[in-house]
Design a protein around this ligand. Structure first.
Ligand code: ATP
Ligand code: MG
Length: 444
């Protein structure tokens, strides 16, 4: 068994070996290499004590990340390598942290404290794969299995229950029956885990390609008690149809929590200590897709050239085309969907509009082609620099003041009304037309 080591990791292992210590790449990087995936970080483990690691590599090259747990981070070639002394963990009294760790000379003892067989393998070039719990076989069979007795392992650290579903979801693996049984049974113990840790694990689970099947009701009942079992079941296929990856987390959160409405979605995400950016983005997605919302209006997407004097499915009536100046505009009539898309682009920006389209497609699969068209159209509008924001108007506040409109909040309202008129194609985005429209507004 030969794996290609990251060059930095290989160099650090060589240095440790040359100094007489045992040392291996361990955990996620070994698992990912065996899966043929790119490992994102290379963790090392060694018989050297933290102090010995610091002496060997020098204090400038080392960050004392968690000396009492045996972890030193080594800087090498612009990368960071977490290097942990072989250790066992003592008893757990809080269901989360070992009361004490003990450094040990044998890598196998270190592997025995790890959570799942696929995470409990070590590798170096001289010895090859060290795999005492059959991790490689479980990887081949696509199976998540606890190292040792699952009941005991989940009782020691309840976070492992969430990690189980997270790793299984990431790789699309099945769960070993005894491991799954213990996880379901001990799920109530998740109540001793901090909100931050729960959120981190849930986020990783939600970012998986198809997380639906891995959202175990017994687990969700503890970590998201706000969500009814029926709402969870309804959300699963929607989640699976949403785009995956960390960058799409707000879409996934909105798909999971949408049934709660905007206010409760915010409350839940705040309780879980999500970032404000994530909360705001998710709230927008939930709000705009509530009821028929945005999703309905996207359906008007490809009916190009129709009269704009028709109600959108959102219920807002688009006024018939007219010109302030009483002239026929030289520019083309706007499509109702363009009006709504431009308003959304102005309010939220392209990234959010794309996410809205993705969520709508997941919520209403029969409309997915229209949603894809809407996203494409939004990208086109943005690329063409079509006016969607006050800052893109051919006049600014100074122009309006020069034309005699007083400064103050009224000025902002005039600009916003002008933008609305431009988006609705009531007049072109040209200075004379906008100034005339502004004068008319002030006069009326
Ligand atoms: P990822 O790619 O998500 O980082 P990873 O396998 O590196 O996956 P980490 O959470 O970074 O996962 O943990 C590194 C390793 O430490 C794991 O592979 C596992 O061997 C061990 N480990 C981490 N957390 C636990 C835990 N709660 N209980 C037991 N072992 C754990
Ligand atoms: Mg890791």
């Amino acid at each position: 068994m030969k794996l290609t080591l990251d060059p930095g990791a290989a160099a650090l292992l060589d240095t440790l070996h040359a100094a007489g210590y045992a040392a291996y790449a361990v955990g996620g990087c070994v698992r990912d290499s065996l899966l043929g995936r790119t490992a994102h970080d290379w963790d090392l483990c060694t018989s050297a004590l933290p102090q010995q690691v610091m002496e060997l590599f020098g204090t400038e090259q080392c960050i004392p990340t968690g000396l009492q747990h045996g972890t030193v981070t080594i800087k090498y070639g612009g990368q960071l390598y977490e290097t942990t002394t072989f250790r066992t963990e003592g008893s757990y009294t809080d269901g989360r942290h070992p009361d004490a760790v003990q450094f040990v000379p044998d890598v196998r003892e270190d592997l025995a404290r790890r959570d799942f067989t696929i995470n409990a393998m070590a590798y170096n070039a001289a010895e090859g794969l060290v795999d005492p719990f059959g991790g490689q076989k479980d990887l081949q069979n696509g199976l998540l299995r606890a190292v040792g007795e699952p009941q005991q392992r989940f009782t020691e650290d309840a976070l492992r229950i969430l990690r189980l579903y997270r790793f299984a979801a990431r790789f699309g693996f099945a769960l070993d029956a005894a491991t799954a049984r213990a996880a379901r049974q001990l799920a109530p113990h998740l109540d001793c885990i901090s909100a931050e840790r729960i959120q981190e694990e849930l986020a990783k689970l939600l970012a998986a390609p198809q997380p639906g099947a891995y959202l175990e009701p017994a687990v969700l009942a503890v970590v998201l008690p706000e969500l009814t079992p029926a709402a969870l079941e309804a959300a699963k296929p929607v989640l699976d149809a949403c785009p995956a990856g960390e960058e799409n987390l707000p879409v996934r959160w909105a798909a999971l929590l949408g049934a709660l409405g905007e206010a409760d979605t915010r409350r839940v995400l705040k309780r879980l200590r999500c970032s404000n950016a994530c909360i705001e983005e998710t709230a927008v997605l939930v709000r705009e897709t509530a009821g028929e919302g945005v999703c309905g209006s996207f359906l008007l997407g490809h009916e190009s050239g129709h009269s704009i004097a028709r109600p959108t499915a959102c219920g807002s009536r688009v006024p018939p085309q007219r010109t302030v100046l009483g002239e026929t505009p030289a520019h083309a009539p706007e499509r109702a969907s363009d009006i709504h898309l431009r308003q959304l682009l102005g309010r939220y920006g392209l990234r959010t509009v794309e996410r809205l389209c993705a969520l709508c497609a997941a919520l209403h699969p029969q409309n997915a082609p229209d949603c894809a068209l809407a996203a494409q159209r939004a990208r086109q509008l943005e690329a063409d620099g079509v006016c969607c924001r006050v800052s893109q108007l051919a006049v600014n506040g100074r122009d309006l003041m020069a034309a005699g409109i007083p400064a103050g909040p009224a000025l902002r309202r005039v600009l916003e009304t002008l933008l609305d008129g431009v988006i609705r194609a009531e007049y072109p985005n040209e200075k004379p037309a906008l100034l005339a429209a502004a004068q008319k507004m002030i006069a009326s």
